[in-house]
Structure formats: C-alpha cells, structure tokens
Design a protein around this ligand. Structure first.
Ligand SMILES: Cc1cc2nc3c(=O)[nH]c(=O)nc-3n(C[C@H](O)[C@H](O)[C@H](O)COP(=O)(O)OP(=O)(O)OC[C@H]3O[C@@H](n4cnc5c(N)ncnc54)[C@H](O)[C@@H]3O)c2cc1C
Length: 296
C-alpha cells in the first residue's frame, strides 16, 4: 500500500451535487464506479493510499436540505451532510443524547470534526467507528434513498463487517433518526485509545431507563471487539428489570467481558481488550445510571 498520503495519484471526475435527485441520478448511472464525498476525512485518505479508486466522486455538502438537525418530541433527525461539530454543538444532543455527544467529542481534532459527518463514519464501517455504539444503544434508524424509493434500516442491521454495510452502490444515506429518550433515561460513552484523541482500541455506549431504584431497560454496545460494532445482550439481560446496585453493575460488566471475542491487531491486543472491557463497561453503566437520576 502506498504511504505517501499527499497526492491523489488516480484520475477521477469530480461531480458537485446541488440536490438529492442529482446525487441519486449519478449513483444510478455510475454505481460501483462512484463514491460519495462528504467530509472526505476517510475517503480522501483511502484514495491517497490507493485503497479506493473511484472514477466519479460526488460531493454532497452543497446539496440543499441534507444539512440539518431537528430535535422535537419525535426524537432527533440528522441530515447526512451535517458536520460532526454541528451535531456536537446542538443543545438537544448535549442534554438529551449524552452518549452521542461524548462519542463525537472523543473523535479526532476540531478540524476533522468540522469536516466529518456521522453518515461518513457509519458508511466507512470501521469496527471502531465512534458514532456506532451510541446509535446502536439509541436504536437509531438510517434512511437510505434510491432513485425510485426509500428504505429505513435499523443501525444494528446496517453493518455487515469491516468496511461493509448493507448500503447498495446506488443508495445514498440521507438521514440518521434517533427515537426520543424517555424521562428517566441516562446514557454514556467511553473509549480507550493510544492517546487522548485517537481511534478506539475499544469503545462502549450504554443507554438505560430508570424507574425509582430499578433499571427497567438497558442497551449496551461495544466497538472494536468484533468485525462490526455490536450490542451485548448478555450484559443487558443482567440489568433489565432489576434493582440497581454496585454488585449488579459488576455482574453486568463481567457478563459483557465474557460475551466478546476480540482479536489482536495493530491498535491493541485481545488480552488488553478483554481486560479493559469489564472496567469501561462498569464505568459507563455507573455514569448512565447517575445521568438517569439514580444513586449507587
Ligand atoms: C486524523 C483523523 C482522525 C480520525 N479520528 C477518528 C476517531 O477518533 N473516531 C472515528 O470514529 N473516526 C475517526 N476518523 C475517521 C473519520 O474522520 C470519520 O469516520 C468521519 O466521521 C468520516 O466522515 P466524512 O464525512 O469525512 O466521510 P467521507 O470520508 O466523506 O466518507 C466516508 C465513506 O462514506 C461514504 N459516504 C459518506 N457519506 C455518505 C452518504 N451520505 N451516503 C452514502 N455514502 C456516504 C463515502 O463514499 C466513503 O466511502 C479520523 C480520521 C482522520 C483523518
């Protein structure tokens, strides 16, 4: 693989779209020969290293109506061209969707967050993608548009493996939709990297529901421990419908660590991931419970 990431060696045609219809027409015509360019923080790196050689690059940040955040009683809707920085800066995200807020805050430097998008992070489909675990625990749904139709896919069904999703070459991810969070909900995200702001060695998100001292529902997702970001239902079952306690948190954290089968790669080892998964899951559960108004 080329290591000189300063030049784009392969020729391509640059297409600047101004409407979703235009993007979908080009995708229908060029299919696998085209790539969408949003922030470019993944795509351009891959093009520079020669991993991707699209003949057509379709820029979507000038498409009217793809850059929005709508927060109301129906939940949170984020347009595909919205920058990570705009999502992070939205008051409703900070107050109501803590796991997503913390995940974005943990990503890269300001310059990358100004350019990058959630949609790009999801379609890139890294097992370590930081926005994936929060969206998994919020049960987010993705709107995928074709020239002659639209479908909605739960984020849990979107990822197929490293770099692989169920998105067809002719489809555009247009919106990320998150259901409203009920009162008594608390969520959190934690990540361990090699340095403070880095791709995750491991990351985790938790969203739980409190009623008095009981945890009435709980969703947990890990990243960087499997070929795709995954929910950990074994750990969720330990907490669901139970009276919350430090012992229960520890039991859930252990169940989470026991459920994963991480590998060793250039970022971390299997042993390290297994060891720290219990610790960060426990911490994430305590933080989410406190945010839900609970005391331990
Ligand atoms: C220095 C650096 C640090 C980084 N740190 C982190 C980190 O800490 N955590 C992390 O998770 N990631 C990190 N990344 C990766 C990257 O910044 C994120 O994945 C970002 O969210 C990608 O968004 P983008 O808009 O730039 O995607 P792009 O590069 O524009 O696109 C990525 C892929 O998605 C496709 N695509 C984009 N939008 C759509 C759409 N709407 N519909 C269909 N296909 C689409 C593109 O064709 C491409 O294949 C880092 C990258 C860099 C360069």
């Amino acid at each position: 693989m080329a290591t000189d990431t300063r030049v784009l060696a392969a020729e391509f045609q640059y297409l600047e779209a101004h409407s979703t219809g235009e993007v979908l027409t080009w995708l229908a015509e060029y299919g696998t020969r085209a790539k969408i360019l949003a922030g470019g923080t993944d795509l351009l790196v891959r093009m520079k290293t020669g991993q991707m050689k699209p003949e057509y690059v379709i820029y979507i940040k000038k498409v009217a109506g793809l850059d929005y955040i709508q927060a109301d009683e129906a939940g949170l809707r984020i347009g595909a061209a919205t920058s990570l920085m705009d999502v992070e800066g939205h008051a409703a995200v900070k107050t109501g969707y803590s796991a997503l807020y913390e995940a974005i805050r943990s990503m890269a430097a300001t310059a990358i967050r100004n350019m990058g998008t959630i949609a790009g992070n999801l379609v890139n489909a890294s097992p370590a993608a930081d926005t994936a675990p929060p969206l998994l625990v919020y049960d987010a749904v993705l709107q995928l548009e074709l020239q002659d139709g639209v479908r909605w896919v739960p984020v849990d069904e979107f990822f197929l493996g490293p770099g692989k999703t169920c998105l067809a070459p002719e489809e555009l991810l247009t919106e990320i939709s998150i259901p409203p969070q009920d009162p008594g909900n608390g969520s959190s995200f934690l990540k361990l990297g090699r340095v403070a702001i880095d791709i995750a060695k491991i990351n985790v998100a938790v969203s739980l529901q409190r009623s008095g001292r009981d945890c009435t529902s709980c969703r947990i997702a890990f990243g960087s421990v499997a070929p795709r970001p995954i929910r950990i239902q074994e750990a969720e079952a330990v907490l669901t419908g139970k009276r919350m306690s430090n012992e229960l948190v520890e039991a859930a954290a252990q169940a989470g660590a026991a459920a994963i089968k991480p590998i060793s790669d250039n970022r971390s080892t299997r042993e390290y991931r297994l060891k720290v998964s219990r610790v960060i899951l426990g911490e994430a559960l305590r933080a989410a419970w406190q945010r839900a108004g609970g005391v331990l």
